[in-house]
Design a protein around this ligand. Structure first.
Ligand code: DX5
Ligand code: ZN
Length: 223
């Protein structure tokens, strides 16, 4: 049976208790940890950077899925690789040279992802899709946790899954923003579900992850 990869976003964590939050997410069954890096330029908010990434790496062996919402991402790829990122995802909108960045990430020995803002069509990835490991489809405008899921992104997931079939590519399809049991059921062809508020802020994280997985599995097997 297909199961989604569940990647809680640490942006929703209490940073005063980050290690405890991470241990609770591991115990609750998180597959990856999603780390949102915001520079206050590409997005109108600043989150955390390299020292915090080092602490996250020191606390957990889970794959670290690093979502770079920064301008000139090429300047920081080696540093994020150095502090233990496993997947490095930059924004299509943040560089004129996505191909160069994918090569740079692979040369660093990491998996390469490209994130698309909600209004960027998935078709821009048609040629590069076989070269990358992950596509992050933003289902909110990046910058903040706790926003409402944008429904048209459901169609983008479908179109990207079709493109992937045609291209015989294997990039994982990740959806990020406003993901909850209700919205996960609209995403049967997604592979990775990022969820901040609906998991990390839930009173019972184990139950929140279970419900997210169950909603997706039910929708996927009915689809
Ligand atoms: C938004 C971030 C997301 C965010 C998701 O800019 O990229 O990863 O933390 O948070 P929720 O699940 O609360 O929308
Ligand atoms: Zn993110």
């Amino acid at each position: 049976m297909r199961k989604p990869i569940v990647a809680p976003s640490l942006l929703a964590a209490d940073f005063g208790q980050l290690a405890e939050e991470i241990r609770a997410l591991e115990a609750a069954g998180a597959d990856w940890l999603h780390c949102d890096i915001m520079d206050g330029v590409f997005v109108p908010n600043i989150s955390f950077g390299l020292p915090v990434m080092e602490s996250i790496r020191a606390t957990s062996h889970l794959p670290l899925d690093v979502h770079l919402m920064i301008v000139q991402p090429e300047r920081y790829l080696p540093a994020f690789a150095e502090v233990g990122a496993d997947i490095l995802t930059f924004h299509w909108e943040a560089t004129p040279h996505p191909d160069r960045l994918v090569r740079q990430i692979h040369a660093l020995g990491k998996r390469a992802g490209i994130a698309l803002n909600p209004a960027t069509p998935v078709e821009v990835l048609m040629d590069i899709l076989p070269e990358i490991d992950l596509v992050c489809l933003m289902s909110v405008n990046p910058g903040f946790g706790g926003q409402k899921f944008i429904p048209y992104v459901g169609h983008k997931v479908e179109r990207l899954a079709e493109l992937r079939l045609q291209a015989k590519a294997h990039a994982l399809i990740e959806v990020d923003g406003g993901v909850s049991p209700e919205t996960a059921s609209l995403l049967p062809r997604a592979d990775v579900l990022v969820a901040g508020s609906s998991i990390v802020k839930a009173p019972n994280k184990t139950q929140a992850i279970y419900e997210l997985r169950r909603a997706w599995i039910t929708a996927t097997h009915d689809a």
